[in-house]
Write a new protein. Structure first.
Lengths: 113, 114
């Protein structure tokens, strides 16, 4: 069965620090997708990125970057120069072609001024 | 991406009652799902809402407790039946749009059962 582990329950950083959120997944499937979502205090789930299993290229979007490594079954998320507005719970998720997602337990990020 | 409207956004309910949550999408979507997020927890898939047929439930969820309807490609309802305090959660509708490759979530319906 598939599983997503986010070992970091909560991370606290000072503004402008870089922070990496870890995500490790387990699957026997060869075709799958990995996602990151942000859930700010308002509660809405905001899509950040989708990566398919055949694309191991790292991706950068502004201050956000993602490192996908199949060899270690990891899909880590780094925020560079963190800001207070980045404070939220971040979820990593695994999905297949059915789009039924399995979520990790989430990492609560607190960015202090 | 699709815009999802969920109603109610929040409600306080009495034990033993039932509540129906509505999910309206601004465009036709191929797939619709219902998730539950218990307080301080992650999201768990309840079921896939199938247009014109019975929903497909995940392990641990049954139709009698969470009846779902999806009469067309833009609308679905989830009913939480015979509620108990353990049903206090955020219930989220999510969709995959035609030609899209992401799962979009509604803002959620926060239910508190007393």
């Amino acid at each position: 069965a598939q599983k997503v582990t986010q070992a970091q329950t909560e991370i606290s950083v000072v503004e402008k620090e870089d922070v990496t959120l870890d995500c490790v997944y387990e699957t026997r499937d060869t075709t799958y997708y990995l996602f990151w979502y942000k859930q700010p205090p308002s509660g809405e789930l905001v899509f950040l990125i989708r990566r398919n299993s055949f694309d191991e290229q790292n991706e950068i979007s502004g201050r956000y970057s993602w490192n996908f490594q199949k060899s270690t079954s990891s899909f880590n998320f780094t925020i560079t120069a963190s800001q207070v507005v980045d404070s939220a719970v971040y979820f990593c998720a695994w999905g297949d072609s059915s789009y039924k997602l399995i979520f990790g337990s989430g990492t609560r990020l607190l960015v202090r001024p | 991406s699709a815009v999802i409207s969920q109603k109610p956004s929040r409600d306080i309910c009495q034990r033993g009652t039932s509540l129906t949550i509505q999910c309206q999408v601004d465009s036709q979507v191929t797939m619709m799902f219902w998730y539950r997020q218990q307080p301080g927890q992650s999201l768990t898939l309840i079921a896939t809402a199938n247009q014109g047929s019975e929903a497909t439930y995940e392990s641990g969820f049954v139709i009698d407790k969470f009846p779902i309807s999806r009469p067309n490609l833009t609308f679905s309802t989830l009913t939480v039946s015979n509620m108990s305090p353990e049903d206090s959660s955020i219930y989220l509708c999510s969709v995959v749009g035609s030609g899209a490759n992401v799962l979009t979530f509604g803002a959620g319906s926060r239910l508190t059962v007393l």
